[in-house]
Design a protein around this ligand. Structure first.
Ligand code: ATP
Length: 254
């Protein structure tokens, strides 16, 4: 993204932010409350339009502008996300939640679907098999028939990530994946994110307040403060950056 600005009637939530993600990178976006992190995710995934600036996806087949594209088009281009608040279908089972997320990829035509021809069952069976494989990675394979609302909170967050992965993304945006998790769950999630990134060769950008997760996971970190980019660098560089420490702790450091 190059020089991206987002104004909300008088308030500049994102101010001239430029950043990039390289293929297969795991990058964290951090910053104090209200810094503009979620707004940036909403811009990247087409939930809201930019006020100015550009966002592009570079791939082997060319360069594609993302700004101005609706969220479903961006999702189809291979950018998937989770939200800060859990957005599962609470009254559906774990398996149903994953299958629904997958259906955007199904090429099955209308007629076989309506009349339930053999090809329909084949597709459904293939999808269920794939969903099961994903659920196994997250150790949810024994919970396929459990209603989402009956899962413990930390498990619901894991299911959100499974749903985002079900669309086979190239880039995954995780908005506070460890929010509300205890230290044990956070440590488990950290390992899972590493595993998923390696297994599927995806690029990940994550927003997170839990510094243990950020410092253990991220190859690079961007720091936002009051809508502007305050710092960027490796975890070691960010941890010792006086401006970052000041933004977090509200005091000067020597
Ligand atoms: N739709 C909106 N209309 C008006 N102002 C908004 C809107 N969305 C966000 N803002 C404002 O933009 C600023 C950045 O908010 P944002 O949610 O992006 O911050 P954040 O870094 O994600 O914060 P947190 O860590 O608390 O989630 C805040 O001042 C917020 O009130």
């Amino acid at each position: 993204m190059d020089n991206v600005v987002k104004n909300f009637s008088g308030l500049t939530a994102v101010s001239n932010v430029s950043m990039h993600l390289d293929t297969n990178e795991l990058v964290a976006l951090i910053g104090p409350n209200g810094a503009g992190k979620t707004t940036l995710f909403n811009l990247l995934t087409g939930v809201i339009p930019v006020s100015s600036g550009s966002i592009v996806l570079n791939s082997d087949s060319g360069t594609y502008p993302l700004n101005g594209k609706p969220a479903y088009t961006i999702a189809k281009m291979g950018l998937s996300r989770t939200f800060q608040n859990i957005r599962l279908f609470k009254d559906l089972t774990v398996m149903e939640n994953v299958l629904i997320a997958m259906t955007s990829k199904v090429k099955e035509g209308f007629i076989p679907t309506i009349f339930r021809f053999p090809s329909y069952y084949k597709t459904e069976k293939q999808l269920a098999e794939k969903a099961k494989q994903l659920l196994e990675i997250f150790e949810l394979e024994n919970d396929t028939d459990v209603l989402a609302k009956n899962l413990p909170y930390g498990t619901q967050r894991k299911l959100e990530i499974v749903r985002a992965l079900a669309t086979e993304p190239q880039i995954l945006f995780l908005d506070e994946p460890a929010a509300g998790m205890n230290p044990e769950e956070t440590a488990e999630l950290t390992q899972l994110i590493i595993k998923v990134q390696r297994k599927f060769h995806i690029t990940i950008l994550l927003i997170e307040h839990d510094m243990s997760l950020v410092m253990n996971l991220a190859q690079r970190i961007y720091v936002l403060d009051h809508g502007s980019l305050l710092a960027k660098g490796t975890p070691a560089e960010i941890q010792s950056n006086p401006a970052v420490i000041k933004a977090y702790l509200g005091e000067e450091v020597d």
